[in-house]
Design a protein around this ligand. Structure first.
Ligand SMILES: [Zn+2]
Length: 282
């Protein structure tokens, strides 16, 4: 790990990273195999690149050559409050149920980390794919309510505007309930969350994808979202992923973010790699 960032655990089980006065907590909602042949997900990767990625992240490949991925959210805690970045695959009836290993265990992970959902003041949804919004809104009688009941939910306006293209069902199951509860905050571009953290647009994976930068004690951590989804894209940032809305913009965002974090000797917090925290590479 770079700089003076310190890896640790909370209550002996939840992985965390301490930078300055901020703690970044990794919350694993679930893990499971990808729904398709991994070589079709990264069709331009060479055999050498696959071999290097498998050496870097051996936990991301099964014995029979399938992509095994984590589905992770993060909490950022400091003296100004708690921000949660992404909301996992969700409960058994979540929109990701058609392909992801639901039910997820985010509520238990939050409890193990000593976080009450009611104390979370901000939820950043990096993008509108179903494996990142699962616990954002949950069933409540005949209706749906925000799971983090006191939080504002931050999405880029561009992402909200793209919901029909990304997943039309999320308008009714996610965006409308957040709006009706007065919890949806649409932002345009970079926006401070706390004195130490902000959202930055990282478009390409989806039109309004965003990441979170945390700076404290002279250190930088990027909670990336799906700017990179596999070690291939960390070791070879030019590598396109099949399900990127705009592969060219995705590559530009990935290269720019990785360069920025590497120049600061900082760390990445990623949702899908086996290890939650990784150093950025130039
Ligand atoms: Zn994802």
């Amino acid at each position: 790990m770079s700089g003076s960032a310190r890896r640790g655990t909370i209550a002996g089980m939840t992985p965390s990273l301490q930078i300055g006065s901020a703690t970044i907590v990794a919350l694993t909602d679930g893990e499971g195999p990808f729904f398709a042949d991994r070589t079709k997900a990264f069709r331009h990767a060479t055999a050498e690149q696959w071999a290097a990625a498998d050496r870097f992240d051996p936990g991301a490949v099964t014995g029979d050559g399938r992509w095994w991925l984590q589905f992770r959210a993060f909490a950022i805690r400091d003296d100004t409050g708690i921000t949660v970045v992404d909301a996992g695959i969700g409960p058994a009836d979540a929109p990701a149920a058609s392909w992801a290993p639901v039910p997820g265990r985010l509520p238990d992970e939050l409890a193990a980390a000593g976080i009450d959902p009611a104390e979370v003041d901000t939820v950043v949804l990096t993008h509108l794919h179903t494996d990142h919004v699962g616990w954002a809104v949950v069933a409540d009688g005949p209706g749906r309510r925000p799971f983090f009941d006191n939080a504002r939910y931050i999405l880029q306006r561009t992402e909200i505007d793209a919901v029909e293209e990304l997943n039309p069902g999320l308008r009714e199951t996610l965006l409308d309930p957040l709006c009706e509860a007065g919890r949806l905050a649409a932002v345009d571009g970079e926006r401070a969350l706390t004195p130490r953290s902000r959202v930055v647009p990282t478009p390409g994976h989806t039109p309004g994808h965003q990441s979170v930068l945390v700076e404290s004690g002279g250190e930088l951590v990027a909670v990336t979202g799906d700017v990179l989804v596999h070690a291939l894209q960390l070791l070879h940032p030019e590598t396109a992923y099949e399900h990127e809305s705009d592969p060219h913009r995705a590559r530009e965002s990935r290269e720019a973010l990785l360069r920025r974090v590497a120049e600061a000797n900082g760390s990445l917090a990623t949702p899908h790699l086996t290890e939650p925290f990784a150093p950025a590479r130039a």
